[in-house]
Design a binder for this molecule. Structure first.
Ligand SMILES: Nc1ncnc2c1ncn2[C@@H]1O[C@H](COP(=O)(O)OP(=O)(O)OP(=O)(O)O)[C@@H](O)[C@H]1O
Ligand SMILES: [Mg+2]
Length: 256
């Protein structure tokens, strides 16, 4: 982990309701420069909702979000030039070819030498042969890799990954993780990484935040959480067991 302690993302006391339902209930955490944060929690815990708030796609009722030291709600378009996002539910336009998609996003992000950048990313993610195939004709895993290419087009300083490798086969995940770590080292970007594959998180994350029912239930390194939740004397992290233990624990419920 970098010794640099510059805060890239600061989420404070974030709360989001859908009607009467509280999806995010006072979440706070931060990500430092060059840090990869594993953002974990059971289905419905509030992870994607939090990510959508960080992207400014939905507005929280309460809380502040600062990215690169700036208030998201005041400087969103400026901030978003240096942020990117990728989710398992690929949302790239299905009728366009991979190349057309990536060119369109390059224009949005004003990427210099876009053709070179696109070719380089397609090569690195081993999908160059699909460059002229329409998105809708790709397999899930190929589409997910195209989404990762899109997410790296603008060399983001903050990358939000919501289950980015969920549809990839284990071999591709293994290579994808190694590549992502390499790119992170080259660029120093900060990453928020959500996954239900604990092996993936153990490979990438320097710190983990665990949420349930919209609240942060635990945070620390994978080994710290293992010692805290599973076995005091643990020598190796076991995030799978941490996940199971924390998921079965009720959060401190306040009267709502
Ligand atoms: N637009 C919406 N309207 C109503 N409820 C919503 C909406 N979006 C999310 N929710 C609810 O908010 C809760 C949190 O959803 P969210 O998608 O953030 O969970 P998650 O932690 O990402 O789960 P998963 O691991 O399944 O992706 C869920 O109970 C979900 O049903
Ligand atoms: Mg989700």
């Amino acid at each position: 982990m970098s010794k640099n302690s510059t805060l890239i993302l600061e989420v404070k006391n974030l709360a989001k309701k859908f009607g009467d339902y509280v999806a995010v209930d006072g979440i706070s955490f931060d990500i430092k420069e060059s840090e990869i944060l594993g953002f974990l929690g059971p289905n419905g815990a509030g992870k994607s909702t939090t990510i959508n708030c960080i992207l400014g796609l939905i507005k929280p009722e309460v809380g502040t979000i600062r990215i690169f030291g700036k208030d998201l709600f005041k400087k969103r378009s400026e901030i978003m030039q240096e942020v990117n996002y990728c989710s398992a539910e690929s949302n790239l336009p299905w009728s366009l070819t991979v190349n057309e998609c990536l060119r369109a996003y390059s224009a949005l992000y004003a990427v210099k030498n876009a053709s070179t950048k696109i070719d380089e990313l397609l090569e690195r993610f081993e999908i160059a042969e699909f460059k002229n195939k329409r998105m809708r004709n790709l397999s899930f895993g190929q589409r997910a890799r195209a989404s990762l290419c899109k997410a790296l087009l603008n060399d983001p300083k903050l990358l939000l990954l919501d289950e980015p490798m969920a549809s990839m086969d284990p071999d591709v995940v293994d290579r994808g993780i190694k590549l992502l770590l390499k790119i992170q080292k080259e660029t120093g970007m900060s990453v928020l990484y959500t996954s239900h594959n604990m092996w993936e998180i153990e490979q990438v994350a320097s710190k983990v935040v665990f949420v349930n029912h919209g609240k942060v239930m635990a945070q620390g390194t994978a080994l710290e959480l293992t010692r805290q939740e599973v076995q005091l004397e643990a020598k190796e992290p076991d995030l799978r067991e941490v996940f199971i233990q924390l998921s079965r624990k009720a959060p401190e419920m306040e009267e709502k």
